[in-house]
Write a protein that binds this ligand. Sequence first.
Ligand SMILES: [Zn+2]
Length: 324
Amino acid sequence: MSEVIQDNGRTVYPIIVPTSSGLGSFNFYLVEEEGSVSLIDVGINTAKCWDFFNESLGSNGFSLEDLDRIIITHNHEDHVGLVDRIVSERDIPVYVPEHSIQRLKRDKDFFRMRIEFFARLYREMGCGETGEKQIEKLKAALGDHDKKKVQADLTPIESDPICGLKTIHTPGHSPDHLVFLDEEREWLFSGDLLIKHISSNALIEPDWEGNRLPTLLQHEQSLEKCRSFDVQVVFSGHGAPIENPKDLIEMRLEGIKKKAEKMLNHVKRGVDTASELGKTMYQGKYESQFSLVMSEIIGHLDYLEANGKITKEMDHGVWRYRAL
Ligand SMILES: [Zn+2]
């Protein structure tokens, strides 16, 4: 849907850029109130997305000149893609979550620390060579950082609300993730916290000092937080808008529980390291989508541990899990 929604002086123009990937679409939103125009997220950096964005602006009677600001939900490249292109044509402020900045600016010290973090993590999770290969990839990617970093000036979001939208920190999918709530109209701009057709991944990440974040537990808490709001429409980062999201949130929470139970059964049968669980539960994907699989496994192990179902012990430098 790219249907325009209007309520009490505020209008949302969804910009839905289709993709053949499982994400369905890259969504961003033009929000207009009394002539003040904000963009919430700015898609991915491709010619298709740029053209689609300009066509959407035009067909809704806007041009780049009308834009007043960009507001970003989280640092992932499919949400910040067009920042530099837009700002080079129309110099407007770009508001981002405070903790997005070192990632978007590709802070070298932070990324070196992040590589050390993953090297140790994969070692301790028993990933061996597959983990080492992933670390080599991360090291090689450092070379692209100057090219990939966002050039535009970034302003941390410090005010709540911003443009009449309540700012809520919802870590889990990413540590910096924010959602924006229009309390009056009961609209929620959810970024990647809630997506209608797929469950969003809680990606393993370190905090700013290199400590591992319990990302799946954070994601669960963020979903629970959003369940407590009165929301009629969720404008999601991908796929279709979601009406009355409480059932979907319930389904996502239930999904976490079910996957954790499945994992618990494997642990009970003696599959006792994260890497072995990854191979057992995801087979070929363990190699082809290694970091995603490890996020899933480690996240659900955290969940089981926090719920008193399993415990772990370090054995020759590798964490071994067992059921309680
Ligand atoms: Zn994301």
